[in-house]
Design a protein around this ligand. Structure first.
Ligand code: ADP
Ligand code: MG
Ligand code: MG
Length: 213
């Protein structure tokens, strides 16, 4: 009976995959400016593996915790690269936060978003302003939690969070990278947004649209 929320998690991952597929080349080009150019293919490998693993877990009737743990492990393993490890541990952390319940409240959603963000900062140790996905993720988390605390339902909180994440991802164009592979090529990166911040905002947008439809 714990399979319904796992099924929703798998559906959300399928939305993430659609967003990555639509922007795979653009993300690769962005990462090639100051990084190694693999962000598009890495995200694609990771999200494809996560969707497959989530599908198997849902087929076995597993809880959302087990679905997201399987998805996260598959993402980390198959993607390689920094962003794969971060997305993988973040998904697993969101799964742990949701546990084996079969429905969620706004508070559960806020806890899952917070766990996702905490996993990325714990593993990657980047701060806001370092020009990484954290620059989109923390504004997303903060806007989501603020909207929810102010009484906005999950779908509306998600929409506010996406607006914040998109603006913040765009704003990384004016930053110099202080973490990750792009750091040695910091000057080349100026004027271009961080690939990981952009991919996060694109995925969040697609997921929010899914909840609104
Ligand atoms: P790699 O850099 O290993 O080739 P990707 O190209 O897939 O991996 O991902 C690059 C993205 O990873 C960067 O644009 C940045 O957003 C993110 N990133 C790199 N290092 C960190 C970190 N320490 N914390 C958070 N995000 C990071
Ligand atoms: Mg790269
Ligand atoms: Mg790489």
């Amino acid at each position: 009976a714990a399979a319904g929320l796992g099924r929703l998690a798998a559906a959300v991952l399928a939305q993430a995959r659609d967003a990555v597929v639509d922007h795979e080349r653009e993300l690769g080009r962005l990462d090639a400016i100051a990084g190694d150019g693999d962000h598009g293919v890495g995200m694609r490998r990771g999200v494809d593996a996560a969707v497959a693993a989530a599908g198997e877990a849902v087929g076995a009737g597993l809880s959302v915790h087990r679905v997201l743990t399987a998805a996260g492990e598959a993402w980390s393993e198959r993607a390689g690269g920094t962003s794969g490890a971060l997305w993988g541990s973040a998904l697993a952390a969101a799964g742990r936060a949701l546990g084996n319940q079969d429905s969620y409240s706004g508070g559960d959603a806020a806890a899952a978003v917070t766990a996702f963000a905490d996993a990325v900062t714990t593993l990657g140790k980047a701060d806001v302003g370092d020009k990484t996905m954290v620059d989109a993720l923390l504004p997303f988390r903060n806007a989501f939690v603020a909207a929810f605390d102010g009484g906005t339902p999950v779908t509306g909180a998600l929409a506010s969070a996406v607006t914040a994440a998109r603006q913040a991802a765009d704003a990384t164009a004016s930053l110099r990278p202080l973490k990750g592979r792009a750091r040695p090529l910091a000057e080349k990166s100026l004027g271009h947004p961080d690939p990981g911040a952009v991919s996060f905002a694109l995925i969040a947008t697609r997921v929010s649209d899914y909840f609104e439809s």
